[in-house]
Design a protein around this ligand. Structure first.
Ligand SMILES: *[C@@H]1O[C@H](CO)[C@@H](O)[C@H](O)[C@H]1NC(C)=O
Ligand SMILES: [Zn+2]
Length: 286
């Protein structure tokens, strides 16, 4: 199906930096078709996100995903950084030393968690998830990015087809959710402190990666081989997308003075959005 591309807006990027950094051209969400000019991989055959379709999916028995050290508290306080494109959290090691890891599913090998970031919607532009399921778009999509342990760092892993593994957790806003997610709550409460691009804020709570999974049903997932959803669009990502959303309270919604409702994201003074979903092209499901 064809998804209507929502309106989108952008926080001001630092123009000076764009000009200074010739090696990696700046990009934004205003014209995603331009990405291909600067980053040819964005026109590749295995691009994400895609619509995940129960009917076109090949049902195959995959091993369950296995989570290690996801319950271990992460060492130190997490910093939420508005990098001009999203709210990003670089993950430290756990207090016991090793990083949280995943294995199983479509993965061959061990993948260690590196960072978490968020994709969200806008008042005028609709819901914000990147992947859709049977054409349905969720309010928020959380990405936990992992790197294959055989590669030294994320930059190197991005060059390899088996380099990265991303878990996608969907969130919907509900009036009376049955569950409360204290970790996600802390993160969302911190978002207003990083409204401006290039700012950061500390999350004042000790979190583990399980806080970002909530009680999502990890046995139920779509898996496929795709790409980073933003430039450089590297086709290095094995995706596991959990279609059953976590429901979070409207209390987490930020009411803007202009009476717009800004849902779980970073906005400028006019409640305009940093981030909007994009749909590039479909690939077949694994
Ligand atoms: C957070 O902001 C401060 C002050 O601008 C800066 O010195 C620091 O490097 C930033 N930290 C991160 C993780 O971006
Ligand atoms: Zn993402």
């Amino acid at each position: 199906m064809v998804l209507k591309k929502p309106l989108f807006f952008l926080l001001h990027l630092l123009a000076a930096r764009q000009i200074a950094d010739q090696s990696a051209p700046e990009w934004d969400y205003r014209d995603t078709n331009r990405w291909i000019a600067d980053y040819p991989t964005c026109g590749g055959a295995q691009q994400s996100p895609i619509n995940l379709d129960h009917y076109n999916s090949v049902g195959s028995l995959k091993p369950a995903l296995k989570f290690r050290n996801y319950a271990q508290p992460l060492a130190g306080r997490l910093t939420l950084v508005n990098n001009g494109h999203t709210a990003d959290i670089m993950l430290p090691e756990t207090i016991r030393g090793p990083r949280p890891t995943i294995t199983g599913g479509l993965l061959n090998g061990i993948y260690e968690a590196q960072s978490v970031h968020f994709h969200w919607g806008s008042p005028g532009g609709g819901r914000g998830s990147e992947h859709t399921v049977n054409g349905y778009r969720y309010d928020v999509e959380v990405h936990i990015v992992h790197k294959n342990m055989i590669y030294g760092n994320v930059q190197e892993a991005m060059q390899r087809p088996d380099g990265l593994a991303v878990l996608a957790i969907m969130i919907n806003i509900a009036d009376f959710p049955q569950s409360f997610y204290p970790g996600l709550n802390r993160v969302f409460n911190t978002l207003p402190r990083v409204r401006a691009a290039e700012t950061n804020a500390t999350i004042n709570s000790q979190l583990s990666l399980n806080h970002f999974l909530g009680d999502v049903d990890t046995r139920n997932f779509f898996a496929y081989r795709g790409s980073l959803t933003t430039p450089p669009c590297s086709e290095a990502v094995t995706w596991h997308v959990f279609p059953r959303p976590l429901l979070v309270s409207r209390d987490l919604v930020i009411i803007h003075p202009h009476n717009h409702i800004c849902i779980l994201f970073i906005f400028d003074a006019d409640c305009k959005l940093l981030r909007a979903p994009t749909e590039k092209r479909r690939v077949s499901m694994e």
